[in-house]
Design a binder for this molecule. Structure first.
Ligand code: BT5
Length: 319
């Protein structure tokens, strides 16, 4: 009911009387007053003036599903949102929901994570109320070898959303890092549930340092607040991320990967650089020359041989 009242206040564009809310939602004016007090406790600033009614002055920058969904206008991504104040990792909940047939586009959000994770079980620092930590369930009709495309697609979508909302240009380090001034501002983690030749579902995790103090982050990391010297609306940025992921995912399904790969290349800090790449198979050095149709990185070794990597950690090498 609180969500309905907030939606009402938002759409009102000025004062709305208790009587009007009461009539529309079929609850007593005393009940409305009680809900309004609860909303104030959650951080909504609502003024009440006798004979005029209630007016919403400001909303808290909390990742409540109804805040994200207000004016979101996506068809799939974010139609269902499950939000937590804190949890171990949004990946676990999303994976569990995926196993229980949650619809494509389901989003799991958390204000904070106690065991946020990166690739290979690494830690993702997730201080409460500061960043965006979310996972999206997708059900692509593709083979497991094509899933890396989704990581690259998401990196493009997140970079575009950051640009749209804040004006900041975040570049992409293959496969999953977003960097500003060479410092990591966001990371993407793709996990999948698959049979040998068929993906059942994919969980895409996105972590962004939004209002985190850079000195509270690991070395080599930064936040949007650190760059802009001021706070950024996590609600607006989350909405834009969901919109851009939906847009790019729709594009992938309709037209294939080529146009997205082109955008990725335009944002890449990895291509045409001499790199070392390490994965469980070992380390190779060479020049990153391209990405292939599946999002794999092509590296030309000094011998001239071109090898493809689908995962790994990239380090720049001075040539
Ligand atoms: C990643 O892994 O960059 C993927 C991060 C995905 C996090 C999201 S948050 C929502 C969802 N739920 C989760 O539990 N995870 C996902 P990787 O490339 O392996 O990078 C991990 C490394 O980044 C760590 O070893 C640290 O060095 C560094 N790191 C940790 N926390 C960071 C942060 N907040 N900002 C920047 N770098 C960080």
């Amino acid at each position: 009911m609180q969500e309905k009242i907030i939606d009402f206040l938002k759409k009102a564009d000025g004062f709305i009387s208790g009587e009007d809310i009461s009539g529309a939602l079929n609850i007593s004016r005393a009940a409305i007053w009680k809900y309004i007090q609860e909303l104030k406790k959650e951080g909504y600033e609502i003024v009440a003036v006798p004979h005029l009614g209630y007016r919403l002055e400001s909303s808290p920058d909390k990742l409540f599903p109804h805040e994200i969904q207000f004016g979101l206008s996506t068809k799939v991504v974010g139609k269902k949102i499950v939000a937590y104040d804190s949890l171990d990792s949004t990946m676990d909940i999303a994976f569990d929901l995926g196993m229980h047939n949650a619809p494509e586009g389901t989003v799991v959000l958390a204000e904070g994570q106690s065991r946020g994770r990166g690739r290979l079980g690494r830690n993702w620092s997730s201080p409460k109320g500061k960043g965006i930590y979310l996972s999206i369930i997708l059900r692509p009709l593709s083979s497991p070898s094509e899933v890396s495309r989704l990581t690259l697609l998401t990196a493009v979508a997140v970079s575009e959303a950051i640009k749209q909302v804040t004006g900041v240009s975040a570049l992409i380090k293959w496969p999953n890092d977003l960097l500003v001034d060479d410092k990591k501002i966001a990371g993407i983690l793709t996990e999948l549930n698959a049979e040998v030749d068929r993906v059942k579902f994919v969980v895409i995790g996105i972590g962004i340092n939004v209002n985190t103090r850079p000195d509270a982050l690991p070395e080599g990391a930064t936040s949007l607040r650190g760059i802009l010297q001021g706070p950024v609306s996590r609600v607006e940025l989350t909405k834009e991320i969901l919109r851009q992921v939906e847009r790019r995912y729709g594009e992938l399904n309709k037209h294939g990967f080529a146009a997205i790969a082109q955008c990725w290349k335009g944002l890449s800090v990895t291509l045409n650089k001499r790199i070392k790449i390490t994965d469980p198979g070992g380390m190779i050095e060479g020049v990153a020359v391209d990405i292939d149709k599946d999002g794999g990185l092509l590296i030309r070794k000094d011998s001239g041989v071109v090898v493809k990597k689908t995962a790994g950690d990239v380090v720049r090498v001075k040539s």
